[in-house]
Design a protein around this ligand. Sequence first.
Ligand SMILES: Cc1cc2nc3c(=O)[nH]c(=O)nc-3n(C[C@H](O)[C@H](O)[C@H](O)COP(=O)(O)OP(=O)(O)OC[C@H]3O[C@@H](n4cnc5c(N)ncnc54)[C@H](O)[C@@H]3O)c2cc1C
Length: 490
Amino acid sequence: MTDVLIAGAGPTGLLLAGDLARAGVAVTVLERRAETSNLTRAFAVHARTLELLDMRGAADELLRTGTRVAGLRLFGRTAVDLSRLPGRYPFVLVTPQYETERVLRDRALAAGARIETGVEVTGLRQDADEVVLHVRDDGGTGVRRAAYAVGADGVRSAVRSALGLPFPGRSAVRSVMLADVRLRDAPEDVLTFGSTGDAFAFIAPFGDGWYRVIAWNRARQLPDSEPVDVAELRETVRAAHGTDHGIGEPRWTSRFHSDERQVPRYRVGRVLLAGDAAHVHSPAGGQGMNVGLGDAANLGWRLAAVLRGGVPDTLLDGYHAERHPVGRAVLRGSGALLRGALLRPAPLRAARDVLLRAVAAAPPVGDRVARAVSGIGVDYPAPRDAHPLTGRRAPDVPLTGGTRLFEALRDGRFVLAAPEANPVLAALVERDFADRVRHAVADGRTRTTVLVRPDGHIAWAADDPAPATAHDALAAWTGADHPAPARGAG
Ligand SMILES: Cc1cc2nc3c(=O)[nH]c(=O)nc-3n(C[C@H](O)[C@H](O)[C@H](O)COP(=O)(O)OP(=O)(O)OC[C@H]3O[C@@H](n4cnc5c(N)ncnc54)[C@H](O)[C@@H]3O)c2cc1C
């Protein structure tokens, strides 16, 4: 029996598989498609996702594939400036989704994950000890068993259906056209969004001369099966932007509709849901894949810790507690952006534009918007008495020895970063926690000792902690079962 079965080899399932395999968990991904996908659905990889990839040693490879865009232009003249974001990635990377999947797949396979293609999950049952997935492949039907299963099988998730969970929400927008085109008069290299209320169009540069156009026309509401006509595309972009930028013949087109939905529970017993299987929303803001990758990063270390033993499996409830609110906020944010684009009465549109320009121009507010869009602003709630850093995103601080925090996280262990060399703390980690915690010393001005989770959030922090206090925190989070040093020691 494998430890974890994952349904779906999209970006969410692949990141999770890599994290589990890196932690020594036996993991198998079951993917319905027989071939890898070459569809460019997501093209925006935001700063926090690049940080998550950096913590896995995979950011540089993805960065080689795309183009970096430091600004977002909304509704005409409102600009969101990403260049002031903290960290190494003050931009959004525009690259096709299949490149992100390739990087994640290579990493998962190299770490020892199994990926079986042409295997469809059709149902499941679970009891106190295991999950049994029902599958169908070329050879017929069968079952697969695991200690835990994750549904990362996209918006029409069979795992979610088998759990009997609802997927409440509503339809957000219909008949949205997608096209990859060349442009004779390209806008400058920013993500450009224009709308009139009766039409909107969004243009993103891939960096290789091709552009992704997403366009919608209130007067042309057609079923998804209707092909996209280049004349219709040009007319819609002209209506929204005042010019069609000289759109040439597309290399690829599609028409789709999008919903806003979220499952009420991310965990049911031994089964968890992640990515589009758990939440879906309009492409406004380019968030979907990024949120799914955030889910995977949050879930992987929890499953690994529970399977290794020593921590209660309520650690998995923390996944729902932390990621469900993030999904809900993204649903609201992208919904607001979409409804802003669809606003029809001219006075309301004018008020929207004035308000947005004022918001974006005020540096603290503009920076908040940039942090929200990029995912850099996602922090998790902390217990009332906790240190103020608890739950926050850990910045990529330099460490002694010429390395930095995100590099130290690459082997999947927690990092205990102390403000200065502390032999007692170092010996404690070495003696009792070496297989799950790495000890490091910050190379800069900080007073606080922090325990950083493998997903880059701060689990615990204290100013000048006694070794026994640090031991308790390490044991609670990582599960090693050793006696604490005597109280008051060190
Ligand atoms: C037009 C468009 C533009 C978008 N742009 C962006 C963007 O710029 N940025 C962004 O972040 N997001 C964007 N998104 C959203 C993004 O594509 C999705 O959020 C992302 O693909 C979700 O990843 P996932 O791994 O959760 O699911 P998916 O990518 O849907 O992967 C699910 C996988 O599960 C497999 N599967 C399904 N059912 C089964 C089964 N029963 N058994 C086994 N396998 C199964 C599927 O074949 C698939 O490989 C966009 C989406 C669309 C439609």
